[in-house]
Design a protein around this ligand. Structure first.
Ligand code: AVI
Length: 320
């Protein structure tokens, strides 16, 4: 079964602790142990992911940036001026300037669950684009969001870069795309980054870099469990593994037990046989058909598609 999706919900700090504990304990009781990928992103994990985007093997970040920087004139023609750009999970908004300078938008609405991060990024963006109204919204993008009044009458362009749609199983991605359509309304467009199926060695290297940054990112989840849930996982007895699952067209991250181990989490006992794994993330990859099919299931009609020069990554434009 697929349990590794990004399911974000609005949670206060206590709620986060409770949800983390519930997800970890439920996932660790399953035959194939699995923990939802959203829990990879505590402060240390978010920093490690930022580091991943700069490692040589991790092509998605570079390939997508190349597309956004080099195909601006084509985006401008396909999208037109005067739209409010709504970025889902804007984070540090690193990819946004290339898009905003290309399409002459009427406003920018960054949407993220991490409020402090969001406001700092919005202030940076405002400084770079002095004439552009910026309306940050602190919200969970997995749910329908009420956009600011000021952009109510503007046509919208949703922006969902990074290939994050691939971190969800198809059903969750479909629900999210439909929710985005409800948030953005009639006449809107969506520009979404979708990573492509390619040579297995290239894919596996992108998720298991020689410098070990992705391994740290994955192992940090076990460390987080030890820190926050009174865990006694012997982290040095786990190793990171990235494996291509061909029938599901996805790279999976696992934590593999190097030998038989036993440990506790929140007072509950668990054991892993040598070679047994905890499944911690899926990163689905697409071809043209599967990308279109996913967008159509989410009630978006694809109308444009751009690839980088090495055809590793795609940015797809769709209309509601
Ligand atoms: C955030 N997301 C698009 C990344 C990916 O490529 O699936 C997360 C990641 N996991 C390991 N490396 C990067």
């Amino acid at each position: 079964t697929d349990k590794t999706g990004l399911k974000l919900v609005d949670l206060d700090e206590q709620g986060v602790d409770r949800a983390f504990r519930a997800d970890v304990l439920a996932g660790m009781r399953e035959r194939q142990k699995a923990i939802p990928a959203r829990w990879l992103y505590d402060d240390a994990g978010s920093q490690l992911y930022e580091d991943i985007t700069r490692i040589p093997e991790y092509y998605p970040a570079r390939a997508e940036t190349e597309i956004l920087q080099q195909r601006g004139a084509e985006f401008a023609e396909a999208i037109g001026p005067g739209r409010a750009v709504v970025e889902f999970g804007s984070g540090s908004s690193v990819k946004t300037p290339a898009l905003l300078s290309a399409i002459d938008p009427a406003a920018y609405v960054p949407l993220d669950i991490a409020g402090d991060f969001l406001r700092a990024a919005a202030a940076d963006l405002s400084a770079k684009f002095p004439g552009l109204p910026v309306y940050p919204v602190e919200a969970d993008f997995m749910r329908r969001v009420a956009l600011p009044e000021e952009v109510a009458d503007m046509p919208k362009l949703g922006f969902f870069p990074g290939g994050t749609i691939g971190n969800m199983v198809a059903r969750t991605a479909t629900d999210l795309l439909r929710t985005m359509r409800e948030t953005l309304g009639e006449g809107s467009m969506l520009l979404v980054g979708m990573d492509l199926i390619k040579d297995t060695a290239v894919l596996e290297a992108a998720y298991d870099d020689a410098g070990g940054v992705t391994a740290e990112f994955n192992l940090n989840l076990a460390r987080r469990i030890n820190r926050e849930l009174d865990g006694t996982i012997p982290v040095d007895k786990l190793k990171h593994e990235a494996r291509w699952n061909d029938s599901r067209a996805r790279v999976e991250m696992h934590l593999v037990a190097r030998e038989a181990i036993a440990f506790e989490i929140a007072g509950e006992e668990f054991a892993m046989a040598a070679g047994e794994t905890i499944h911690t993330e899926n990163s689905h990859k697409f071809d043209r058909r599967s990308a279109d099919k996913q967008l159509l299931a989410g009630e978006w009609t694809p109308i444009g598609r751009w690839l980088d020069s090495e055809e590793r990554f795609s940015v797809v434009l769709a209309e509601a």
